[in-house]
Structures are given as C-alpha cells and as structure tokens.
Design a binder for this molecule. Structure first.
Ligand code: SAH
Length: 214
C-alpha cells in the first residue's frame, strides 16, 4: 500500500512497544506472552491499515491476532486506529513477511490470512508475490501441521497464479469462490479496506481457503 510518508509514524511506532513490535525475532516462540490469554494464534501478512485484523479481533475474542505490515506509515496508521480499543487479543508487527521463520517458531501460528496482496504482474517479479513457493514454504514452517491459509483478492491474475502455485505446492483446497460477496461464504465475512473499495465499484472478490498436506 502506497501512502504518503507521515513524520509522526516512526516516533509513534517507537513509543508503543506494547502495541507493535519492530524487532519481532525477540518474541520467537513466545508470542502468547503478548496477549492476555493463550489461545489459537491467527496472522495476517500485509494488513494495510488494519481494518480486517481489528474487525476479526473484535469478532473472535477466542483467538489471538497479529497484524503484520512492512510499511512503517501504514503499520502506524493501523496501530493508532486499534490503540483506543484496547483489544487484549490483538498485537502488531512492522516487518517483512518474507522473514516469518525468523519471527515465529515452527508451528506457532494456527491460521494465516493474505488479503489483497500486491499483484506483482510482471513475470520477473514472480518471487515477490506472497503466494510464490518460497513464501509458501515459510508459511508451512510457522503454521501448525496441516495449517490453513485464507486469501482474498480482486486481482484475477494473482488469483489464477495463486491457485496454480498452491496446487503445485501440494496444498489441498477447502474452498474457492469467484464472487465471494454473492456466495454463502459471505456470511460473517470481515471486509478489508481494499475489499470495500473494489466491491463498491462492482468488482467481484475472489477467495480461496487451502491447507498444507502436512
Ligand atoms: N490487507 C489490506 C492491504 C492490502 S495492500 C487490505 O486488504 O486492505 C497490500 C499490503 O501488503 C500493503 O500495505 C503492503 O505494504 C503490504 N506488504 C507488501 N509486501 C509485504 C511484505 N513482504 N511483508 C509485509 N507486508 C507487505
């Protein structure tokens, strides 16, 4: 997500270590200590301004949630939005999703979300797509055995690529929706910022849920 650099962002991040970690490796294997209760841990990679992960944390108090974002300004906007809510089951990380195995122990995450990830349409940028095989290998490592991924996007090219990439990796599909908002799966759907924007323009939203074979 491209947003104008905000001067307050970096000082805000640095002064809220209880809300957002800038050096997540220090909590590797110990993420449950960041929450009021130990309970299943769900992670969103590339949370943007946080609407989805904040909405999920409010809706599902029985799970713990981590919103991870690489861009400081975007991460700071999300954390600032969540701060007054004092949600005991939500915390944030400003870091690169490419390094998940350095921040999380094997099997530490129960469920992973990717929402409206950058499409990187040029073939030479394939390795940057968050559903490229090296990312999948990383997700598999930090997820519990047979852990699952939910992915939503408006981008048909990235969706087609992801179906192929997950399939080639041997993942098992639990559901594929080509028009989420007009399907039964939409019941209880928590929308992201991008999702609201694209759906308002009448674009279909694609979704898949898949789990690793082991
Ligand atoms: N999930 C949000 C934002 C989608 S835009 C929504 O649906 O509204 C994609 C987001 O992923 C951007 O904010 C971008 O900065 C972030 N991102 C891209 N590559 C990333 C990476 N390697 N690690 C973490 N975040 C990343």
């Amino acid at each position: 997500m491209r947003v104008k650099h905000k001067k307050w962002a970096e000082p805000y991040l640095e002064s809220h270590p209880e809300l957002i970690s800038l050096n997540p490796a220090e909590f590797k294997g110990n993420w449950q200590s960041r929450f009021e209760k130990a309970q299943p841990l769900h992670l969103e990679v590339g949370m943007g301004k946080g609407q989805f992960i904040i909405g999920m944390a409010k809706k599902y108090p029985q799970y713990n949630f981590i919103g991870l974002e690489i861009e400081s300004t975007v991460a700071a906007i999300a954390a600032k939005k969540a701060e007054p809510e004092h949600l005991p089951n939500l915390t944030f990380v400003r870091a690169d999703g490419a390094g998940l195995d350095t921040y999380f122990a094997d099997g530490e995450i129960d469920q992973l979300y990717l929402n409206f990830s950058d499409p990187w349409p040029k073939t030479r940028h394939e390795k940057r797509r968050l559903t490229y095989k090296s990312f999948l290998a990383n997700y598999q490592q930090v997820l519990v055995p047979k852990g699952s991924i939910e992915f939503k996007t408006d981008n048909m090219g990235l969706f087609q690529y992801s179906l192929t990439s997950l399939n080639n990796y041997g993942m098992i599909f639990d559901g594929v929706w080509l028009d989420l908002h007009h399907s039964d799966e939409n019941e209880g759907n928590v929308e992201t910022e991008y999702e609201q924007k694209f759906a308002a323009k009448g674009q279909p939203i694609y979704k898949l849920r898949a789990h690793f074979a082991k």
